[in-house]
Design a protein around this ligand. Sequence first.
Ligand SMILES: Cc1ncc(COP(=O)(O)O)c(C=O)c1O
Length: 342
Amino acid sequence: MTTASRHSVPERGTPDFARFAIGFDQRDRARLHELIDQVLDSGRWSEADMQARFEAAWEEHNGLPAVACSSWAGGALAALDFAQVQGETVLCPSNTFMATPLAAIRAGATVQFVDCNRDDLCMTFRDFEAKADRHKPRAAFLVHIGGHIAFEVEAIADYCREHGIFLIEDCAHAHGASWNGRRPGTYGDAGVYSLYATKTISTGEGGVLVSGRPEVLDHARLYRNYSKPMYEIAGLNFRMSEFTAALGLVQIKRLPEIVAWKNEVARTHLDPIHAGRMELPAGMVSGLYKYIVFDWLEKSTGRVYDEPCHRIMGHDVELPNTDWVARNHSCVPLYYRPSEAA
Ligand SMILES: Cc1ncc(COP(=O)(O)O)c(C=O)c1O
């Protein structure tokens, strides 16, 4: 087990963990090459064993069956298509990446933005309930911003269940997080992860949909593959290649160690000097995609998002906490660099 004690922090200058690094452990190179060779030897470069092994490993980690995709967008579009949002309203937090509202728009929905909390940067139940009552949405996104789980996930998921709103958890930041052992993506109808190049673990490009509902999983499997062989769904190609799945397999196996390492470095090196850091509720572990402080730091990786989506899209809606968050937080650089990789 790699720990912070094996991680050397230079006395002067930038600590290793503050320099950008892709979340990949160099010790996994040999294993990755072995898996790539297996793909080369198999003669099957798509829709084969490696994808199945990657999905099984993801399920083991996440607690729900997984569908590998070529991006978060593919998984999100599959979920939105299942929910039949065309011509309907989808609720979406404004404090997110534009991918979230754009996916809903691409699926033919109208987006209504919801405010966030100041303490977790995630969608607030109070405004969610008010907007749901007003707009009667078919579906909603809940984005777990920064690497932790949205503090009000249970209230929002309960409300959605009671009111027949299809809840998609945007887990693009949330790899490795847990709350009393429960993983992101297991609260709503579907959860969608991104494996884009800067994420806590990455395959360069890629995504994973998880769901506890077999009909959602079946829909996603068809959607990512032109709905072969019956062509009853207007899906496209969102398949993950076997080479990507091989990388995904080593990455998901390494994820618990990456999260433990980041939390150890945060506790040892960052918490003592950042009194204004985000505090998590009891039992929650963040994957620490971002280490968030409620200060304005010049030396930082910047903000999670500088400009809220409702402002980018010119929506005339008051979201005071979202505007506050955009001006009052920073991210302290924290990248996985076990000593072996330095
Ligand atoms: C919150 C959020 N949602 C969605 C996405 C989109 O992921 P992808 O680029 O894999 O489609 C990202 C990617 O950065 C993201 O940060």
